[in-house]
Every structure is written in structure tokens, then in C-alpha cells.
Design a protein around this ligand. Structure first.
Ligand code: AMP
Ligand code: ZN
Length: 492
């Protein structure tokens, strides 16, 4: 089985296979660390995580590189406002980014490359571009890419470039250049700004050059897959292609994946629109990290996703069903043997799951057979028709599902705890939902004690007290279930 993934460059579904037959080499544009990421940013990294995990599930080896943009206009502006050098400004947001990825259970790429640690590679590349006639220096010392030197410009986004003059950058008019669309490779130092003393002058890199330079350093001149959010297709990725291919004359990447936006009320979630939520905002409202993950990945990456709180509630309920079912499978004792009906159902669910994922990572269609299986199995268990051998077959399907979705094991306590600690330190206690405070105030031991007290109360036929305990726990997000195998409880 191979993954058929939409390729922006070819405009069709192409098989994603490593060119060297061994290891898939991929580059993903990472965050600009000037602030906390919002969940729109994280949707892109989550969808790449879905890709990663599915490839690994199919047995593929990966070399995935992600950059961190730790120098750019916004970082320079914010650091200056805070009165500190950029090297002191960005670490907090780099740490926050990785903490948030961990909360969302996004796997770490094999390599992480920071822009400020690769200035020499960028300078070398600009020198090569200059030697090839594709870069030139203007009066103030800045360097520009000469678009006229790259006739293929626009091949990724398929834009009609005749109308592009309007999109010229602000600083473009300040210089005399060959073409209005030429873009900055290197920006000459301005007073008070961070700058590097280099062979091409004193200054700092333009935004695009870092990805070309670092991709070449970590993955070679040509690699399998390049990914990022849909806004990066133009001009960022187009510029990366121009910078790299003008020097190597090889395709930068064979396959290009673009994740569609997370929207709020039909508009892109973004800092500048002010319509964004950070992961921390949602955790403090009492939503679980697993539900946020599930909501953001359940709509396939090629569909825009409209963010709603109902979506988070739906994801919470879906995870709840999966966890309850998993617990039921693990804790119930079944008779020996296997039943044909469940074996067939499990087999079918697994095949449908893999087919949907292999078809352009259709997570929505991949979810459906898992929940069908859950219903079928629950009915069989209720009727006593579910046998011990069926448990293994169904657990295997859940394991394959969770290898990508990763929501069944309850690891939600840690992210919430971290968010609460952060709220305290960042002075955001006012944003913590009261239900969340009540929920975390209760330890597992507290719950066990109350459950034991309730059992005792029932024995003594003190049903009023028993009900009171049940309701008190329910208020704090703990559900009690009485079954023939005893009393079970779980946090909602
Ligand atoms: P940035 O930190 O702004 O460079 O963005 C990091 C990643 O998030 C890039 O791949 C962007 O394309 C992506 N991104 C930004 N906004 C959204 C959004 N609303 N939905 C999905 N991805 C986004
Ligand atoms: Zn990039």
C-alpha cells in the first residue's frame, strides 16, 4: 500500500515514495517565533503529524526537517519594543512552541534547524546566486533575487504573474531594481537592528532564503516532499524554488503538500485579524488537549476547517466513546474462541481505515469504520456474542487507528497542568474556567475515597447519601458507572 497524496506542483494525486527507495526526505516550514502559536498554526503541524504517523504505520522511514524562523521583521520589532536582543526574545517562544506540540502529541521532526544558526549557509547561497546572475546588490547594500533570471517562476502556485505588480513589497519601491517583483535575499543593516558581519555585507537574511539554505544543508539539493500551510505556496515556496533551482538546476522537491486554513467565521484564523485562540486559551477554558487534536485533524488537510466550540465538544464526545469502549474491552472477561461476525467486521474496518488514509489522508472517512466497529462490538458484547479472540482483533484495529490519531490513552492531565502553571506565571488566572479548577482540585485518591463511601452508603441503604456523592462527583467531571463487574469511574 502506498499513500496517494495531492501534489500542488503536479496538480494531481501522486504516490508518495522515497526517491532513494529507503527514507522519505521531507522539509516543513516551521514557526516564526515572535509570539505564542495559535491553533491555526498548529493545525498545519498536526496535519503534517498525521502524514508522518501514517507513513510510519506503513513502515516508511523518515527524515523530516523543520526550520525555526528566529529572525524576521516581527521578531526584530517585538524584541526592540521589549528592549532586549532577539537572542533573548525568541527562546521563550521556541520553548512554548515545543511545549504546545508536546501537549498536542505532535511528534518531533528528525532535525530542527534555526535560521540564526545557519547565516553562513545563506550567505554562501546568495553568493552562488550572484555568480549565476540571479542575485544583485542595490545601493544600500541589500541583495535581491532577479525574477527575470528564473522563467519558471510561478510553476507551483500557477499564478498569472502579469497581474502581480500589485503584490510588490513595501520596501520594493525604495530601490532601483530590474523588476518590481524581485524579492529581498539579504537586508542591509539598519541602525539598532540585529545584523551579521558577512562576506556579502552587514545585514540579516530575507525570510525566504533560510529554507532554501537549510533544506540543502540537511536534505541535499533535491528531496521528496515539501510541506506548509496554504498561505506559504505564494510567494514563500515559489521563492524557495527560485532560489534553490537557480543554483542546482534540480527540482527542490518532487512533491508539495499544502494544508488548508483553519477558519473562524469564514475568515483565516490569524494574529492580524485578532480572531485567534492559542492552545493555552483553550486548555484554560477546560478543553482537553486530545479533543483539540481530534477536532483539528478530523477534517482532512485539503479541506478548510471552520473552528467552533461545538466541534471541540463533538471531538470530546468521540474520544469519550473510544476510551469507554477500550476500557470495556480491556476489563470485561469474555468466553474463549472467536466469532466470525466480529472477525469479519474487524478486518473490514481495518481495510477501510487504511484505504481512506492512503487516499490523500482522508481522516474523516478513516474515522467512520472505527466507530462502526465500536457499535458492532458493543452490541455483540451486550448479547454475550463477543469472545476473547475478538478482543485481540478489535484492539489491533484500535491500535492502528491510534497510531495516527493518538487520543485513546488518556494523557490529558499533563497539558492541562502545564497550562494552569503557565496561567499563574503569566498572570492569566482570570481566564481559567471554574469547572476546570473544580476538576483538577480532585485527586484520584479523593475520587476512590468518595466512590468507596458511596458503595458503603448503598450497602447501608442510605441512597440519599449515595446519590449526593454521585452528583457531587458529576459536578466535578467524574462519572460513576455501576456494572456487573463492579463500580467504575472516569473523568469526563
Ligand atoms: P508562521 O509562524 O506564521 O510562519 O506559521 C506557521 C505555519 O502555520 C505555516 O505553515 C502557516 O502556513 C500556518 N498557518 C498560519 N495560519 C494558519 C491557519 N489559519 N490555518 C492553518 N495553518 C496556518
Ligand atoms: Zn519555508
Amino acid at each position: 500500500m502506498t499513500l496517494h497524496l495531492f501534489n500542488t506542483l503536479s496538480g494531481q494525486l501522486d504516490e508518495l515514495v522515497p526517491a532513494d527507495g529507503a527514507e522519505l526526505r521531507m522539509y516543513v516550514c516551521g514557526p516564526t517565533v515572535y509570539d505564542y502559536g495559535h491553533i491555526g498554526n498548529f493545525r498545519t503541524f498536526l496535519e503534517v503529524d498525521v502524514l508522518r504517523r501514517f507513513l510510519k504505520l506503513m513502515g516508511m522511514r523518515l527524515r523530516h526537517v523543520m526550520n525555526i524562523t528566529d529572525v524576521d521583521d516581527k521578531i526584530i520589532r517585538n524584541a526592540a519594543a521589549a528592549g532586549i536582543p532577539i537572542g533573548e526574545y525568541t527562546p521563550k517562544f521556541v520553548d512554548a512552541f515545543f511545549e504546545d506540540l508536546e501537549s498536542l502529541r505532535v511528534e518531533r521532526p528528525e532535525a530542527i534547524a534555526r535560521a540564526t544558526e545557519h547565516i553562513d549557509k545563506m550567505v554562501e547561497l546568495i553568493q552562488k546566486l550572484a555568480a549565476a546572475g540571479a542575485a544583485y546588490q542595490v545601493e544600500d547594500g541589500s541583495w535581491y533575487f532577479r525574477l527575470a533570471a528564473f522563467p519558471e517562476y510561478g510553476k507551483l502556485s500557477k499564478k498569472d504573474l502579469s497581474g502581480m505588480e500589485d503584490g510588490a513589497r513595501v520596501d520594493v519601491d525604495e530601490y532601483e531594481k530590474d523588476s518590481a517583483r524581485d524579492f529581498a535575499l539579504w537586508k542591509a543593516a539598519k541602525p539598532g537592528e540585529t545584523a551579521w558581519e558577512t562576506a556579502i555585507g552587514r545585514g540579516r537574511p530575507g525570510w525566504h532564503i533560510e529554507c532554501s539554505a537549510m533544506a540543502m544543508e540537511y536534505l541535499g539539493e533535491s528531496f521528496d516532499l515539501h510541506a506548509g500551510g496554504e498561505d506559504l505556496m505564494f510567494p514563500h515556496h515559489e521563492n524557495e524554488i527560485a532560489q534553490s533551482e537557480s543554483v542546482t538546476h534540480k527540482p527542490l522537491a518532487r512533491h508539495w503538500m499544502h494544508v488548508r486554513f483553519l477558519l473562524v467565521d469564514g475568515k483565516k484564523m490569524s494574529k492580524s485579524e485578532g480572531n485567534f485562540y492559542t492552545l493555552r486559551d483553550l486548555l484554560l477554558k477546560g478543553y482537553k488537549a486530545s479533543a483539540i487534536r481530534m477536532a483539528l485533524i478530523s477534517v482532512p488537510y485539503r479541506h478548510q476547517l471552520n473552528f467552533t466550540f461545538d466541534g471541540l465538544t463533538e471531538a470530546t464526545n468521540a474520544i469519550d466513546r473510544l476510551r469507554t469502549f477500550h476500557q470495556r474491552l480491556s476489563q470485561t472477561s469474555f468466553g474463549p474462541g472467536e466469532s466470525d461476525a466480529i472477525q469479519v467486521a474487524a478486518h473490514k474496518a481495518r481495510a477501510e481505515y487504511f484505504d481512506a488514509m492512503a487516499n490523500d489522508l482522508n481522516t474523516a472517512e478513516a474515522r467512520a469504520p472505527i466507530f462502526d466497529l465500536l457499535r458492532t462490538a458493543n452490541t455483540a458484547i451486550d448479547k454475550g456474542q463477543f469472545l476473547a479472540g475478538d478482543r485481540d482483533a478489535v484492539l489491533k484495529v484500535l491500535a492502528d487507528f491510534d497510531a495516527v490519531f493518538d487520543v485513546i490513552a488518556d494523557r490529558d492531565a499533563e497539558p492541562t497542568k502545564r497550562a494552569l502553571a503557565w496561567a499563574e506565571q503569566a498572570g492569566r488566572q482570570a481566564d481559567v474556567a471554574p469547572e476546570l479548577l473544580a476538576r483538577v482540585a480532585l485527586s484520584d485518591d479523593d475520587i476512590e475515597n468518595l466512590v468507596a463511601e458511596r458503595t458503603q452508603a448503598k450497602k447501608l441503604r442510605n441512597f440519599a447519601r449515595a446519590d449526593q456523592i454521585r452528583n457531587e462527583l458529576l459536578d466535578k467531571g467524574v462519572v460513576i458507572e455501576d456494572s456487573k463487574d463492579g463500580v467504575r469511574w472516569k473523568r469526563k
